[in-house]
Design a protein around this ligand. Structure first.
Ligand SMILES: C[S@@+](CC[C@H](N)C(=O)[O-])C[C@H]1O[C@@H](n2cnc3c(N)ncnc32)[C@H](O)[C@@H]1O
Length: 299
């Protein structure tokens, strides 16, 4: 049984999330006989062990706490991290728009802290494979711990490799390639070589300069469909009686997502019939160029 599938009474060794009436949260790993200290008194683990989720328990100072197993999105935002994580709103977009399906053969780089890894593993299910690549050993160690904690130890379809994905990749047929690294355009040769026809490359990039370079490199390659880029904004709402309105603050920016599909061998992208804006690829533009938009000698 993995944390993805847990249900039934709370057992020794699993994590629960305690929430007090002010919304303050504590994550606790259950051990018989132990107590957890809060400013509002001691909480006995034995009061939770063997109980269902969704109970309210009292601390030694009679302060109430609601008890649930953490959901995946709650877990990934609070897990120990070295590298910045992909937040749940973007992980959900990747799963949906990069079409991660049960049984898919997926490769991701870099694995960072393992947030996206957990979502990908859940989406590919027991019949899929995920090859995760991470440059830095200390981050990879973090990924290993975080993923096993949330998904359990029985993950036969998952490999985590420490190394540069461009040199270390062993997968020869990839259905979905997900890139969360500073220079994803350097993986376009890898995508060309190893993505199956119809396969999807998806990049998560934090800045517009990275977005532009990735998109233009995809176009210049010619072996992918016209890329699509978007961002997702998430705004919480305040809900009380007649005071129903958006929250005043939100996370305004995480990153942009881009996807493109691999063409079949020998077939070039049709590109777009829309003419580029005047000057889009003029002399001031220094990046990669789509076929047919090369600069003339005298430009
Ligand atoms: C923003 S973090 C990834 C976060 C991760 N997707 C998550 O959700 O937790 C970017 C990671 O890419 C790794 N990286 C950068 N270039 C790489 C490469 N060529 N091959 C493998 N990993 C790479 C970095 O070491 C870093 O940990």
């Amino acid at each position: 049984m993995t944390s993805f599938t847990r249900s039934g009474p709370l057992v020794e060794g699993e994590w629960v999330r305690l929430t007090d009436p002010k919304g303050r949260k504590h994550n606790v790993q259950l051990e018989p006989g132990k107590e957890f200290s809060t400013k509002k008194g001691q909480i006995r683990h034995d009061d939770m062990l063997g109980q269902p989720e969704g109970i309210v328990i009292q601390s030694s100072l009679d302060h109430p706490y609601q008890v649930f197993r953490p959901l995946l999105f709650e877990y990934v935002v609070s897990m120990p991290r070295g590298a910045a994580i992909i937040y749940p709103k973007d992980a959900a977009q990747i799963v949906a728009q990069a079409d991660i399906y049960p049984g898919a053969r997926v490769v991701e780089a870099g694995a960072g802290s393992g947030s996206l890894t957990a979502y990908l593993l859940r989406a590919i299910g027991p019949t899929g494979t995920l090859g995760s690549y991470e440059l830095r050993e200390e981050f990879a160690e973090n990924v290993r711990k975080n993923v096993h904690q949330v998904a359990g130890d029985d993950l036969p379809g998952w490999t985590l490799t420490v190394g540069d994905v461009r040199d270390a990749v062993t997968e020869t047929e990839i259905d979905r390639l997900i890139l969360d690294m500073v220079d994803p355009w350097t993986c376009i040769p890898l995508a060309s070589e190893r993505l199956v026809p119809g396969g999807i490359v998806c990049a998560y990039v934090a800045t517009t300069t990275q977005l532009s370079l990735f998109v233009e490199s995809i176009r210049a390659d010619g072996g992918f469909t016209e890329p699509r880029a978007w961002e997702t904004l998430e705004r919480d709402w305040h809900l009380q009686g007649l005071a129903v309105r958006p929250q005043h603050s939100m996370n305004g920016h995480t990153a942009f997502l881009v996807t493109a599909r691999r063409m079949a061998p020998g077939h070039r992208s049709m590109g777009t019939s829309r003419r580029p804006a005047p000057g889009a690829y003029g002399p001031d533009y220094k990046g990669p160029r789509p076929a047919g938009l090369e600069l003339a000698e005298d430009d």
